[in-house]
Design a protein around this ligand. Structure first.
Ligand code: F6R
Length: 640
């Protein structure tokens, strides 16, 4: 089935229906990336087969990056299990870093072979990827030849795209001309920041690249752009709803007559029809939508909820809601109370209190609590205040660090510890070998298992110091070191049975009444998302057990985003002293201070981000008319 015939699409032309009137590009929204990736792979496979029947080559334009990975996985599966042949396929990749050696782990040449070409029967001479090693004197002509070669094959039949946060497609950064061809380009700072984790630091990211042009991409007969995750939401909205501008090169796609954007819910979350559906059409007003709309209106008008008037609602597309609810006064009070009831200083439930309007149950008074932390610091960064309260209020708290976090420890930090060990124990062979390895290590080397172990141990000792500071005994601290993470590189293995078994084992051992986990889907290198998937899989397996009916799951967000105010179901306020205590707990994670390796696009240190974020949540609650707290940690319940 072609994606344009998919059940989610009731229209082919963008903007044809009221709901999509702000949109200038056809798009389809899916819950998650897996299903649409399979559909797109099937569309490509169909094209390959159709061309084969016509005895013609199938010319594909391909992208790298995280977005198309599942499409390539499915193409490989179709090849292995359903006999899809790539013998008639000719590929042209969008881009390559410059300079860049093919053998480099970060090269797009390496990426494409690892994810697709090594696993299918494509002929080596049919693979075209810009050569990152071409001599600078020959570069200009090389790019013209690349362009001409595409034309010589009759142009691209299908172009797969991702989108960068700058609005780039390929590496056509802001400023690119609509009829640009293949050329060399200087990478935008944001693009380099986004690539920094793959290169273990921004300093190692090349400044230049070779890219197909906008004109090259636009001449493809069919274009599909994939965007997953909250990080892409803003740029997706700008591209689909904004004016065509060279400042957002992807907006040129508005002029293509056979393009589809395939989005997951997080990437689509800023589209007008998703974010504020009442502005585009009449809505079915359920409870969560009412709260979302009222919070939105209060924030838009900068007025506390209790001061919103009938006129405010009528002027902002919500007269239908008022008709259902009676008066602004009634609606305001209802929504205000709903938010008010999310606030609790008793995250484990308040003993002997009427809990009918509280986020957590009063019984059992002493709960078994299991906090999952993807890396060995997310617990204190994201919920240090709540963690502290749970321990203080007498609950039986356990921590499980899901991954070792070893790749986020710098070589300098590891060397420091190795040298200290050597001073104490001069004849230790392991220490000697670690020191020798680190001294000669080059950018392309993957850490030896000993170095990885040392880096993991550094993070363990930091975590133990932080949990001791929060009065948790060491026997309550678990390090799972999930195997999917232990590759020694940024690229991780896919979740396997033993990862899920380890998750099940710890839940089964503790039989928790509460589980806390990172619901953060915007983690730049995806570990949080994989850790969450591991939890969801474990919950699916365990949910038949009696003890699980008593288990509530609360999701906190990691270091990058916070829940929107209307999504919060438990808001745990912190006093100024508790904010300081949380800061100190974060300080124990010394290897993650000052210019940490995987900082993402935000140069603030983790403790600053955490404080800013918790202060902002409190500020937002206060602006809505609720009490004025110093800081708030926020949670959303996950029903399984
Ligand atoms: C990759 C490319 C880029 C990426 C874009 C999104 O060949 O040309 O435009 O598609 O940067 O990257 P991911 O998919 O990693 O978010």
């Amino acid at each position: 089935m072609n994606i344009t015939e998919h059940k989610n699409i009731s229209y082919k032309q963008p903007g044809k229906f009221e709901e999509t009137r702000f949109e200038k590009i056809h798009n389809v929204i899916f819950e998650a990336s897996k299903e649409p990736s399979i559909l797109i792979a099937q569309e490509i496979a169909q094209l390959i087969r159709d061309k084969e029947l016509q005895n013609k080559p199938c010319v594909l334009g391909l992208a790298t990056g995280s977005s198309p990975i599942k499409v390539y996985e499915e193409l490989v599966r179709l090849h292995n299990e359903e006999g899809l042949s790539f013998a008639n396929v000719i590929t042209f990749n969008l881009d390559e870093y410059y300079p860049m050696d093919k053998s480099n782990l970060q090269s797009y040449f390496f990426f494409m072979h690892e994810h697709l070409f090594n696993h299918v029967d494509i002929l080596a001479e049919n693979i075209n990827i810009p050569n990152g090693k071409v001599n600078s004197d020959d570069l200009y002509q090389y790019c013209i030849d690349y362009e001409m070669k595409i034309k010589a094959f009759g142009g691209l039949d299908f172009q797969l795209l991702g989108i960068g946060r700058t609005g780039h497609i390929g590496f056509n950064e802001p400023g690119s001309h609509h009829n640009s061809g293949t050329r060399s380009i200087t990478l935008d700072h944001i693009t380099r920041v986004d690539a920094a984790s793959a290169f273990l630091g921004i300093a190692n990211v090349p400044r230049k690249a070779i890219t197909m042009g906008i004109g090259t991409v636009m001449s493809a007969k069919r274009i599909v752009l994939l965007a997953w995750g909250a990080n892409k939401a803003e740029i997706v909205k700008e591209t689909i709803e904004g004016k065509i501008t060279s400042e957002v090169p992807a907006t040129y796609l508005q002029q293509h007559d056979n393009v589809s954007f395939i989005l997951d819910e997080a990437a689509a979350s800023e589209l007008t029809r998703v974010k504020t559906p009442w502005l585009v059409t009449s809505c079915v007003w359920n409870g969560p939508l009412k709260l979302k709309a009222v919070v939105w209106l209060s924030e838009l008008l900068n007025k506390p909820i209790l001061k919103l008037t009938d006129k405010d609602y009528n002027n902002n597309g919500m007269s239908g809601l008022l008709t259902e609810e009676g008066t602004a006064y009634d609606l305001n009070t209802k929504m205000f109370n709903k938010l008010q009831q999310t606030i609790t200083g008793w995250p484990g439930g308040k003993p002997n209190a009427d809990d009918s309007r509280r986020p957590e149950r009063a019984i059992p008074e002493r709960k078994r609590v299991l906090i999952f932390s993807p890396h060995p610091d997310d617990d204190v960064i994201s919920m240090g205040g709540t963690f502290d309260r749970l321990v203080e209020q007498g609950h039986d708290v356990h921590i499980a660090y899901q991954t070792s976090g070893n790749i986020a420890v710098s070589d300098e930090e590891a060397l420091k510890f190795a040298e200290i060990t050597q001073s104490i124990c001069p004849n230790c062979e392991v220490t000697k070998s670690i020191i020798n390895f680190l001294k000669i290590k080059t950018d392309n080397d993957i850490d030896s298992s000993e170095v990885r172990r040392l880096k993991g141990l550094i993070r363990r000792s930091e975590s133990i110091a932080a949990t001791r500071y929060l009065n948790l005994s060491d026997d309550k601290v678990n390090f799972l070191d999930l195997p999917f993470y232990e590759t020694g590189t940024v690229k991780k293995n896919i979740l396997a049975e033993n990862d899920i078994t380890m998750m099940c084992d710890i839940i089964d051992r503790i039989k928790p009444h509460q589980i806390y986990a990172a619901g953060d889907l915007a983690d730049p290198h995806g570990t949080h998302k994989v850790c969450l998937d591991a939890l969801f899989e474990a919950l699916k397996i365990l949910k038949q057990n009696d003890y699980m009916t008593d288990c509530w799951v609360w999701l906190y967000r990691g270091a990058w985003h916070e829940w929107e105010s209307y999504q919060i179901e438990m808001a745990v306020p912190m006093s100024p002293d508790q904010v300081l205590k949380k800061r100190h707990a974060i300080f124990y994670h010394q290897s993650q201070k000052d210019g940490v390796m995987f900082q993402g696009g935000d140069s603030r240190e983790f403790w600053v981000r955490a404080e800013d974020r918790n202060r902002l949540t409190a500020q937002k609650y206060n602006n809505l008319g609720l009490a004025d707290y110093a800081a708030i940690e926020a949670f959303k319940r996950y029903h399984f």
